[in-house]
Design a protein around this ligand. Structure first.
Ligand SMILES: Nc1ncnc2c1ncn2[C@@H]1O[C@H](COP(=O)(O)OP(=O)(O)O)[C@@H](O)[C@H]1O
Ligand SMILES: [Mg+2]
Length: 207
């Protein structure tokens, strides 16, 4: 196994299984947490990630296949998607290509939400470009829910993350959202809810 990334929560390894390249995502203990609580949090996130990944695959969303779950190591072995991350490539694309990516993102999130799945961390480092589709990874904060409020908060993370990572293309958020609402019936409601939540927040700030 070869360590390829060390994130705040997990170590990502590249390995092989029956000659196929795989990714092993292992949630590492956090020293500052009480041990028992830490184990519980890591177990919950590992389980949630595997569960929602599986559901997302069933729903036809592009995401890695799971090959193994190890609840001792808190590790998930999954398909390696050898694809560029939106985060790393979108800024240098010509504008029509950027718009195409924005639409693909809106569609991918819509297909997740329409199946009652919320990602929880929709930043562009968790989105990979697979031809004409976006593949989603990193389901550690994901939830299975039909609550539109949760979906609105998914979109808020997406919007805020996009604005800070890709501030030169802030306007593309609109493009993402219009593709989102065109792709499923409930999308419009979710966007209205997001707007309302933001209105409340603005109101709170002023006060
Ligand atoms: N299945 C996968 N295929 C290809 N690359 C992956 C895969 N899973 C993770 N990665 C790479 O590792 C990085 C971190 O993994 P991620 O699941 O997002 O963990 P973190 O919680 O640390 O953000 C991703 O941004 C991506 O570059
Ligand atoms: Mg990530």
């Amino acid at each position: 196994m070869r360590l390829i990334r060390r994130g705040a929560e997990a170590e990502i390894y590249e390995s092989t299984m029956f000659g196929k390249k795989v990714i092993v995502k292992r949630r590492i203990p956090k020293g500052y947490r009480i041990e028992e609580l830490d184990r519980r949090i890591r177990a919950e996130r590992t389980r949630a990630e595997a569960r929602v990944l599986h559901r997302a695959k069933q729903a036809g969303v592009r995401a890695p296949y799971i090959y193994d779950i190890d609840m001792q190591e808190m590790a998930i072995t999954m398909e390696c998607l050898d694809l560029p991350r939106v985060k790393d490539v979108v800024d240098d694309m010509p504008s029509d290509e950027k718009e195409r990516i924005a639409e693909m993102i809106g569609k991918a999130v819509a297909s997740l939400h329409s199946k009652g799945l919320v990602h929880g961390d929709l930043t562009t480092s968790n989105m990979l470009i697979d031809g004409d589709r976006i593949a989603l990874i990193d389901f550690g904060l994901a939830e299975i829910t039909k609550e539109k409020e949760r979906m609105a908060s998914d979109l808020r993370v997406l919007k805020e993350g996009w604005r800070s990572a890709h501030y030169r293309d802030e306007d593309l958020v609109e493009r993402i959202f219009s593709a989102y609402s065109e792709s499923w019936d409930g999308g419009f409601d979710v966007l209205r809810m997001l707007e309302k939540a933001e209105g409340r927040r603005r109101y709170v700030k002023k006060g």
